[in-house]
Design a protein around this ligand. Structure first.
Ligand code: DHB
Length: 312
């Protein structure tokens, strides 16, 4: 059984799409809604006005990893507010990216009767202005952002976090989150400012921002997995965790749940392989669980064991 819950919201499976991947158009959102292996439908991060995004090529991937600088191409928040998803949770990702724009969007979802079950706030987009850095890397601004957002919005929400590295960062972010009590956090957004170069053409693999972009896929799995574990050990079950970063098979998903994830999102692999990935991961995760004698996710969630094996 792969069902899970985020706060009071029940997901039919613990596997769904990462924001940004095949979830920009209404057709893409409907495809996710109609796939029985997809546990929730999450939108592309939205802005107030529709945006075309950055010039192409703005996404590049291979079997292992990906780079993107899409530039927030999306339909605008009103379009996502009118999408009807009735058979599973519908989560709208909110970019802003300015605080005022984020508030405009959030107020809409507070006031209107939409089919949105939760917001995933995104203060961690790596592809915007580099001058002030990401909101979620700045303690003071992050706190102020959450203060203003929670003043305006009483519904369920989670936060997509950037990758953090050091104990003091996990401690500081946990302090802030404990004050605002989001229902979930998603760990983590792409790693900012990577660079892929094509040695044949001697160009960067993507065009915007001189080739710099957010890195996803297998390369970031140990980092995102560590972020889940670090927060799991600090949250004491009070904030749910969604793992995101380099999950391409059920074994990856199993590891994230052992580390403490309540649900997992698929980004690079979904982009690369398409819709069938959800069925593959769900079926194989069930097989792995049966092999370990686990019936439900709570039988092993967070139960990572200490390594007492002796090297020969
Ligand atoms: C984009 C990329 C992100 O990683 C994100 O969180 C939001 C938007 C983008 O470039 O479109």
């Amino acid at each position: 059984m792969l069902t899970t819950t985020l706060g009071t919201v029940e997901l039919p499976t613990c596997v769904f799409n990462a924001s940004g991947v095949r979830c920009t158009t209404v057709e893409e959102l409907n495809t996710l809604a109609n796939n029985p292996y997809v546990g929730a439908v999450l939108t592309k991060s939205c802005t107030v006005k529709p945006r075309k995004g950055n010039p192409e090529p703005r996404y590049y991937d291979n079997q292992m990893t990906s780079i993107n600088s899409n530039g927030l191409c999306n339909l605008g928040y009103k379009a996502y507010g009118s999408v009807q998803v009735s058979n599973k949770p519908y989560i709208v990702s909110v970019a802003g990216p300015s605080l005022n724009d984020a508030l405009t969007i959030i107020r809409h979802f507070e006031a209107e009767d939409t089919s949105c079950d939760a917001l995933e706030l995104n203060p961690s987009c790596p592809n915007l202005s580099q001058n002030s850095g990401q909101l979620a890397y700045n303690k003071k601004n992050f706190r102020e952002y959450l203060r203003r957002v929670t003043e305006a919005y009483t519904g369920m929400y989670g936060i997509k976090l950037p990758p953090y590295w050091f104990d003091y960062q996990f401690d500081n972010v946990t302090d802030i989150l404990n004050d605002f009590k989001p229902t979930f956090v998603t760990c983590c957004n792409s790693l900012p400012n990577g660079l892929f170069i094509d040695s044949e053409t001697e160009t960067s693999c993507i065009r915007p921002r001189n080739g710099f972009g957010g890195i996803g896929g297998h390369a970031i799995k140990p980092i995102a997995l560590a972020n889940v574990r670090q927060f799991y050990s600090r949250f004491h079950g009070k904030i749910a965790l969604i793992g995101c970063g380099g999950i391409s098979c059920a074994k990856d998903a199993f590891e994230y749940i052992l580390a403490g994830a309540d649900a997992i999102q698929i980004g690079t692999k979904f982009m690369y392989s398409g819709d069938q990935v959800f069925r593959e991961i769900c079926d194989d995760l069930q097989t792995i669980m049966t092999g370990h004698d686990y019936k439900k996710l709570s039988d092993f969630r967070g139960q990572l064991k200490e390594n007492k094996l002796i090297n020969k």
